[in-house]
Design a protein around this ligand. Structure first.
Ligand code: GLN
Length: 516
């Protein structure tokens, strides 16, 4: 990945750093994240491995007079490539260039109208007023000497500026152009990127050969590898690429952990075979249920499943004489698993953070630089079945994280039935298009009901249906009431142990898509 024209996005702990990289990639600009928490040295190190064409400094929770990040901004300005600051990044650049940053006349959160004063490069062709998305308490009060103020808003006297000196081109915007709610956001990023020379140089569909070479380099001649396949798009694509590289030195392994939604194992195997893979199937469901007995904490459940998954895989690899493991880890997994030092571990993804490090296998991750929608582009380039591309994601630990609290065979049985009903009803109305995920959760609550004049006391099932583009954020689906009613009446009518059905109306953030 190193040799292509790239933009480095320095993440100051903002919520949207991934979105900045995603949007730029969507414009054909390969973008890589580096965390400011790595320090100047770490960021420089990351940049030195790239064909660097531009730098973006992201938003972040700190104020510019608190955290000592001036060095990173000074370094970026000195690199001789276009620099863009967003929110905190904007404030930091203004500060080190000699402008004045302080408390804003008023904080601005959410939709805000910005007045465009000067169309310069980044605002070329912008309407005189744009509605943008803001989130800040501080503001650039005076622009750096020698710069031009491009826009202002009620809470930001300098909502955007441009600074040029010799080969240095710096832009700052107080708002978040990467957020879809910002008018003119994508155009702004495109305008900025047009100065980098990297626009349109990246396309995930073109890199299949490169990914195949990567696997070939990682697994020396004569060595065998296993590929952990779940039937999801990421692991299938990784395995197909690895099999192109390794031929029959690769064996795909499907572990049945007994935690799959109803019908999922058969469907996964059918799709894997249709993708040209012939996996070894290991039935380890007993072992998994045994290991999960008495475990209630969600993170602990993920760890237990991850550890055992790794053990079963390592056992299988030994049996097959393989010392290499191919995994479908993607970029957000790498970042969220804490591979970015200093970041909060949001959830322990079973295929990254949760996998024991001492498996004795060398891990090969051809997709670790890619976002999900990029993997989908590659999948369609590889000619993999459409059904695979449209499949909703199932978390690695399967239903273990959709049963709140302890996982038991009874609870799994109830959840499978409820989940099947949710799917059937939604699909019978043709609503699945446009939905990212729709599933049931068996909560740890019980509630009173009355069924046939008889008091009953049973489980509460939650229904979760979300729309999303890249799973970084998600909106709840506004399903018709009649569809929700049908789901509730079928679940309570067909499953004696359930007395109540609730609809989860929380977006991400603040919630995650899965419950645990
Ligand atoms: N912490 C800074 C402020 O409140 C920057 C906020 C941000 O980057 N979203 O203004």
């Amino acid at each position: 990945m190193a040799s292509r024209p790239s933009v480095l996005v320095v993440d100051f702990g903002g919520q949207y750093a991934h979105l900045i990289a995603r949007r730029l990639r969507g414009l054909g600009v390969f973008s890589v994240l580096a965390s400011a928490s790595w320090g100047l040295r770490g960021v420089e190190g990351e940049a030195s491995g790239l064909d660097l064409r531009g730098i973006v400094l992201s938003g972040g929770p700190a104020s510019v007079w608190e955290a000592g990040h001036d060095g990173i901004a000074e370094w970026a300005i000195g690199m001789g490539v276009p620099v863009l600051g967003i929110c905190y990044g904007h404030q930091l650049l203004a500060k080190v260039l000699g402008g004045r940053v302080g408390r804003a006349p008023r904080g601005e959160f959410g939709p805000t109208t910005v007045e465009v004063l000067d169309e310069d490069v980044i605002l070329r062709g912008a309407p005189p007023r744009i509605r943008v998305w803001m989130s800040h308490n501080d503001a650039v009060l005076e622009a750096p000497p020698g710069s031009r103020v491009l826009a202002r808003s009620p809470g930001s006297p300098v909502a955007a500026f441009e600074y040029r000196l010799g080969g240095t081109v710096v832009h700052g915007v107080q708002w978040h152009p990467e957020v879809t709610h910002s008018e003119y956001g994508l155009e702004l990023l495109r305008n900025w990127a047009s100065q980098t020379g990297a626009l349109g140089t990246w396309s995930p569909g073109d890199i299949v050969g490169e990914l195949v070479d990567h696997v070939r380099r990682e697994v020396p001649p004569g060595e065998r590898a296993v590929a952990a396949v779940s039937g999801g798009v990421d692991s299938t694509v990784a395995a197909v690429i690895a099999s192109k590289a390794l031929g029959d030195r690769l064996t795909p392994v499907f572990i049945d952990h007994g935690l799959h939604p109803e019908g999922e194992v058969e469907r996964a195997l059918r799709l894997l075979r249709a993708s040209g893979l012939d996996p070894v199937v290991v039935d380890a469901s007993r072992e998994f249920l045994e290991a999960l007995r008495g475990v209630r904490d969600p993170e602990e459940k993920r760890r237990v499943v991850g550890r055992l998954y790794g053990e079963v895989l390592a056992r299988e690899a030994r049996r097959l004489g393989a010392r290499y493991l191919v995994q479908g880890t993607i970029y957000p997994d790498v970042i969220e698993s804490g591979a970015r030092p200093g970041a909060d571990v949001i959830k322990t993804h079973h295929n990254v953070g949760g996998l024991p490090r001492d498996l004795g296998l060398n891990v090969v991750e051809p997709l670790r630089w890619l976002y999900k929608d990029e993997v989908r582009v590659i999948a369609s380039r590889l000619g993999l079945p459409r059904e695979l591309l449209e499949k909703q994601p199932v978390p690695g630990p399967g239903l273990a994280v959709r049963v709140e609290g302890e996982v038991t065979p009874e609870k799994l049985r109830i959840l499978r039935r409820a989940d099947r009903i949710v799917r059937e009803v939604i699909e019978s109305h043709g609503l699945q298009r446009g939905l990212w995920q729709y599933f049931a959760v068996l909560t740890a609550s019980k509630a009173t009901g009355v069924k046939g004049d008889r008091r009953s006391y049973g489980y509460v099932v939650a229904v979760r249906v979300v729309e999303s583009r890249e799973a970084m954020t998600a909106n709840i689906a506004k399903l018709p009431w009649s569809v929700l009613e049908e789901i509730a009446s079928r679940i309570t009518g067909e499953i004696p142990e359930v007395t109540r059905v609730v609809y989860d109306i929380t977006p991400k953030p603040p919630a995650t898509i899965e419950w645990e």
